[in-house]
Write a protein that binds this ligand. Structure first.
Ligand SMILES: *Cc1c(COP(=O)(O)O)cnc(C)c1O
Length: 387
């Protein structure tokens, strides 16, 4: 009999033969600097929980109170059954924290990016996007009917040339990660803001990995660069340093009102449970009250970079808590990652499609939960596996 899905096992087998088949495992403990699996405990250098808040009891307590107060589910899109009190409080606190008129929360950072790009651009517009932007930005550009021009990573001269040819489009949108998730590199934000001014473009940035970690007050790299006023569309996520779930956009009241009316992932997706909003409100409070967390993570990253370079590893241009160890081939990246695993350390090997062919790497990410001893263990292991 004809099996309409027979192509799937065949394709999976192909992935298998290329050693590219992925599978999901189940944790036996909370997310933290160490993670226990069925077959043992591993040191975790692979999560984005940079400030070690994912398992913080204060977030749990806030969530529990909210469940008691507001129940669990939200019932419908916020446009239909409204925002819960916790969500309203979170959006107000977020706007205050970010120094913007308004803030809007989304079901995920992915939805925030994709839904914002699509809402801001249409046929006759052009989107200029860094080649290393996150998948959710790329998918946003695919959803939009606008023309898309991709520029080489952080190449402002190339971008300016593109902009010179984009004068006939109705509107221009420049979009970039501020901290690139695989390379740990930082976008040339001040130069991008200059180009946006000069060529009358909208500038949208994604602070997913920078919120909570960079800036005097933890607002991210736009704060660090002192250019918040020059970036009218700022996206972030609660799912990384804030230790929770969901995405957000901050900016003017008009921007947020437009997204409420035009962003499909906002309009056609059920509001997140109140418990998540309450936990993220607690998290927002913590990142303001405890700046020592971000200071410590960045100091650990500085230390680790020096020690890994002493061992002869190549680390590219990371200046952040994400440290790529650039190894080249997929085979070598996966082999080194599995050797670290045997030494009790989780560091993922990153390969296509997350990075281009031949630019495979080990992605080390640091957390406030790591101790000096954890770092020493990692450095010893990196010395042992050195090819
Ligand atoms: C993780 C990530 C997102 C998506 O955020 P989620 O809340 O996990 O959906 C968006 N942008 C960048 C740069 C990311 O790394």
């Amino acid at each position: 009999m004809f099996d309409p899905l027979s192509w799937i096992p065949e394709q999976l087998e192909l992935l298998n033969s290329l050693e590219r088949r992925r599978a999901v495992h189940t944790r036996a403990t909370q997310q933290g600097a160490t993670i226990t699996w069925k077959d043992g405990t591993l040191l975790n250098f692979s999560s984005n929980d940079y400030l070690n808040l994912a398992a913080d009891p204060r977030l749990q307590e806030a969530a529990q109170l909210a469940i008691t107060r507001e129940g669990w589910g939200s019932g419908a899109s916020p446009l239909i059954t409204g925002r819960g009190e916790a969500q309203t409080a979170l959006e107000e606190a977020l706007a205050k924290f970010e120094g913007t008129e308004a803030a809007l929360t989304f079901a995920s950072g992915f939805a925030a990016n994709a839904g914002t790009i699509d809402a801001l651009t249409d046929r006759g517009d052009v989107i200029l996007s860094d080649e290393k932007n996150h998948a959710s930005i790329i998918d946003g550009t695919r959803l939009s009917k606008a023309t898309v021009r991709v520029y080489p990573h952080r190449d402002v001269a190339y971008l300016e040339n593109l902009l010179k040819q984009c004068g006939t489009f109705r509107r221009r949108l420049i979009v970039t990660d501020t901290l690139f998730s695989m390379d740990g590199t930082v976008a040339p934000l001040d130069q991008l803001a200059d180009l946006a001014d000069k060529y009358e473009a909208m500038l949208m940035v994604d602070e997913a990995h920078a919120t909570g970690v960079f800036g005097e007050r933890g607002r991210g790299l736009c704060e660090q660069y002192g250019i918040e006023d020059r970036v009218p569309i700022r996206v972030g996520t609660f799912s990384k340093a804030l230790g929770g779930h969901g995405g957000f956009v901050v900016g003017s009241r008009a921007l947020v009102d437009w997204l409420v009316n035009r962003s499909r992932p906002y309009i056609f997706s059920t509001a997140a449970p109140a418990a998540n909003a309450a936990a993220m409100l607690a998290s927002l409070e913590i990142i303001q009250q405890e700046p020592e967390r971000r200071v410590a993570v960045l100091a650990m990253a500085d230390q680790l970079r020096v020690r890994l370079r002493e061992l002869g590893w190549s680390l590219g241009d990371s200046q952040t808590q994400i440290i790529p160890v650039i190894v080249g081939t997929e085979g070598l990246a996966m082999d080194l990652s599995s050797r670290l695993l045997k030494l009790g350390i989780m560091v993922p090997g990153i390969r296509p499609p997350s990075v281009p062919e031949g630019e495979c790497l080990l992605r080390i990410s640091l957390s406030f939960g790591h101790t000096q001893q954890h770092l020493d263990t990692l450095v010893d292991a990196m010395a042992q596996i050195r090819p």
